[in-house]
Write a protein that binds this ligand. Structure first.
Ligand SMILES: Cc1ncc(COP(=O)(O)O)c(C=O)c1O
Length: 413
């Protein structure tokens, strides 16, 4: 995808003055490389793509076509998986809040449902009592310390005995079983070391809780770093591991514990790792202003488009210059690229240290994770998302521009 000012001008004419560009081919190659890093060591590995990280249906369809699971944490995401043709047995239903109806339907449809809390256990045991002829099988999310520096609220506390209680309760029912164990523990450094520890701990737990029969799966969740440009990498004060480094922290331990063909399936649930670098945001510069010592350039975008989680990192930015602009329409030196909201903190990029002017395009990179799914409907409707097909050398719409009507359609007027 070769961008230039002229190309962006043509895209603006077709799609509007701000839009996302999705690179589906990069997504597919990230997915395959990530999976292959694990499979080359532990062949019985599969990926479950974390829908919440970025649920653009074209991404979810790509995962489906590559044989991955849909990892969902709400009925909304479950419904999307079904709508794009994923069979219930290829859906992993996680998350802290599942309604009794959604939970029961997913279990009965054959999805992998990882329970998170005792209330969910009660829903499952009462279902098992109501349907004594029906085999009910679930996974359990475990909560243990990997040195993350905080106590996670998710899953069953291993140390405090909650996991033990659930196994006891299920053993009392003839038709209820645990298929496997799950954990997802987010840490700020996403370190290789923490993945070594969680793998070792989950193997110890499966040895203890599955003494006679191997579990069907071990699900280690997500939370891995993805690929990023050097300028972004330099802002982290920790090492950014490669796919290979993560695979080497996890897969050999499983390989040596389960060397034969009947090994449990290893499930990994990446979001960031495969999607972070597949989306760019293009915003046209439409205004310039100097206020005392501060220079600002207004773009058709907001911090909510590119950093809705309000990370303090500076994203990779490239400005495509409009060669035609007059001296009066540009600034140079230190310029803050600001957005359309009325919030002072709406600065997409502080201290841009080059020339920038009206008619230029600011292109922000590494925006695949927690952007389009996290943006509030604040002040302006959502911009469109387009995708580039390198075979056809063509851009196509994958989400149209939102209208005012879309935004207000659920209100009573
Ligand atoms: C259960 C579960 N799996 C996978 C993920 C994906 O995490 P990431 O996008 O950091 O890889 C999350 C994110 O919070 C999660 O809660």
């Amino acid at each position: 995808m070769q961008l230039s000012w002229q190309r962006l001008f043509e895209l603006e004419t077709e799609f509007g003055d701000s839009f996302f560009i999705l690179d589906l081919e990069k997504f597919a190659s990230n997915y395959q490389e990530f999976l292959q890093s694990f499979r080359s060591i532990y062949p019985h590995t599969n990926l479950g793509y974390s829908y919440k990280t970025n649920y653009i249906p074209k991404l979810c369809q790509t995962v489906h076509s590559l044989g991955g699971y849909a990892e969902v944490v709400s009925q909304m995401e479950y419904d999307l998986a079904i709508a794009i043709g994923v069979s219930p047995s290829r859906i992993i239903f996680n998350g802290p809040l599942k309604s009794p109806e959604d939970l029961e339907n997913a279990i009965l449809a054959g999805s992998i449902v990882n329970l998170d809390c005792l209330e969910e256990v009660e829903i499952v045991t009462s279902l098992a009592r109501r349907l004594p002829e029906q085999k009910i099988a679930v996974g359990l999310r475990c909560n243990f310390d990997v040195g993350a520096g905080r106590i996670s609220r998710f899953g069953f506390d291993v140390e405090g005995g909650a996991l033990d209680d659930v196994f006891k309760e299920f053993r009392e029912l003839n038709n209820c079983s645990v298929l496997g164990l799950h954990c997802h523990i987010s840490t700020s450094t996403r370190s290789v070391e923490s993945y070594k520890i969680r793998t070792q701990k989950i193997i110890e737990l499966t040895d203890y809780y599955f003494p006679n029969q191997q579990p069907q799966f071990i699900d280690l969740g997500g939370g891995f770093f993805g690929r990023m440009q050097d300028d972004l990498k330099a802002q982290f004060d920790c090492h950014i591991p490669s796919y290979q480094e993560y695979a080497e922290a996890i897969a050999p331990q499983l390989r040596s514990r389960f060397p034969d063909d009947s090994a449990p399936e290893l499930i990994i649930e990446p979001g960031v790792a495969v999607v972070a670098d597949v989306l760019k945001f293009v915003a046209k510069v439409v205004g310039i202003k100097t206020v005392r010592s501060r220079q600002v350039a207004l773009v058709v975008g907001s911090i909510h488009n590119i950093k809705p989680t309000l990370t303090d990192k500076k994203l990779s930015l490239q400005v495509y210059r409009n060669g035609e602009i007059s001296h009066n329409s540009k600034l140079s030196g230190s310029v803050d690229l600001v957005g359309y909201t009325c919030m002072e903190h709406d600065c997409l990029y502080p201290d841009y240290a080059d020339e920038i002017g009206i008619g230029d395009y600011a292109v922000f990179d590494n925006l695949g994770a927690y952007t389009v799914v996290f943006k509030p409907p604040f002040i302006r409707p959502n911009p469109p998302i387009i995708s580039y097909d390198s075979t056809l050398e063509k851009y196509t719409l994958v989400r149209r521009k939102e209208t005012s009507q879309d935004v207000f359609s659920t209100y009573v007027i």
